[in-house]
Design a protein around this ligand. Structure first.
Ligand code: UT7
Length: 342
């Protein structure tokens, strides 16, 4: 008997408030043309004050239960990928468990920056494959606006807030489900993308606050160089391992950090743009949320049907990077929503 984990439901949540490139022009020395041409981003969402990562995750998981037609009490595990936990501890997973009333679930967080969702998906998949659990929720949720310095034009134009969630369930002897993961880390990249303070090395102090060490820092050029190589490489390698090529894919869902990094991977895969899910223009980089958010929108837009071959790929702080290959298992929605294009 061949058991696989499959994504039996997907949902997302984005805050209502939109921060456009034109809004940012009034805050820092930047302009719409620079942001669009260098990143592909036109706007991003910002969560309201007083709300946190767990609130967005809870909304996404509530929707997930609704679309799958299950009670939160049926969830057995909740795994949250995030770099912006509500607080160091308890875990954001615990807070989500309480907010949605998933009293029978145990919960924890995974930290792997922009690769967090794929890492967490690989963890959740193991519980299904081992047969110990049958309903595992995996969420990518980040309130990046909480750690972005809106005086730093190098980073504040890039990030946004969002959450995306999937439900993993077992499927026996079928072709659908998650086929494989390729995951990598390179800690020598740690200094190029980080939030320096707030942890045990530099606990909050006057010095850490004055020096802006509680905000995200990125050496964009160096990260870009690694990202463009690694994301393309890990996308091609997982396909080759399975004797597949870009031509076999129905949909490629890359991490949405920069349109030009996506372009690099698309070129290496040799696929057409109509097979690539891109929503960076509307949301920016939502860190752990980009892939489940893009997956949820792709599904709602009718881009996926049972048996379709889907590839996820990511690169992020750490450095961390990876890919996941799967055959989609949910029938196309009866009334797909129109893709938003501006
Ligand atoms: O998700 C995790 C992984 N993260 C990534 O993959 C991000 C990777 N990096 C990138 O996407 C790009 O490096 C950025 C979008 C962050 C920056 O693009 P770039 O083409 O590498 O620009 P740059 O940093 O080399 O800056 C070019 C110029 C600089 O001016 P000078 O030194 O040439 O005079 C910057 O000061 O653009 C300037 N600049 C800006 N100008 C207007 C930087 N940010 C801005 C801005 N508006 N927002």
């Amino acid at each position: 008997m061949k058991r696989r984990a499959y994504i039996s439901a997907v949902a997302h949540y984005v805050p209502e408030k939109i921060l456009t490139n034109y809004d940012l022009e009034k805050m820092v020395d930047t302009n719409d043309e620079w942001i669009r041409s260098r990143t592909g981003i036109r706007e991003r969402r910002i969560l309201e004050p007083g709300k946190a990562t767990s609130d967005m995750a809870a909304e996404a998981v509530k929707k997930l239960c609704k679309v799958r037609g299950i009670d939160p009490l049926e969830i057995e595990v909740i795994i949250i990928a995030t770099v912006t936990p509500d607080m160091f501890f308890p875990s954001t997973g615990n807070l989500v468990q309480e907010k949605i009333g998933a009293k029978n679930a145990w919960s924890f967080d995974v930290a792997a920056a922009c690769s967090g969702f794929i890492y967490a998906l690989s963890v959740g998949t193991q519980y299904i494959l081992s047969g110990t659990h049958k309903k595992v929720v995996v969420v990518g949720s980040d309130k990046m606006s909480a750690i972005v310095n809106y005086r730093d034009r190098n980073t504040c134009v890039l990030f946004g807030d969002a959450a995306g969630a999937v439900l993993l369930e077992p499927v026996e002897d079928g072709d659908i489900g998650i086929m494989d993961f390729m995951l990598f880390s390179d800690g020598s990249g740690a200094d190029y993308l980080k939030m320096k303070a707030g942890g045990s090395l530099f606990p909050a102090s006057l010095e850490t606050v004055v020096n802006d060490w509680h905000y995200i820092y990125q050496d964009g050029k160096t990260v870009f160089k690694f990202a463009v190589t690694r994301m393309a490489e890990v996308s091609v390698n997982i396909l080759e391992k399975h004797h597949l090529s870009g031509k076999d894919l129905t949909l490629f869902i890359p991490h949405q950090a920069n349109q030009r990094i996506i372009d690099g991977a698309v070129k290496r895969l040799g696929i057409d743009y109509d097979k690539v899910m891109i929503n960076i223009d509307r949301y920016g980089n939502t860190t752990a949320a980009t892939i489940p958010l893009a997956l949820s929108e792709a599904y709602l837009q009718g881009k996926l049907d049972v048996g379709d071959l889907v590839l996820f790929a990511t690169f992020g702080g750490g450095f961390t990077w990876g890919s996941a290959l799967l055959r989609w298992g949910i029938p196309k929605p009866k009334n797909p929503i129109q893709e938003e294009k501006k």
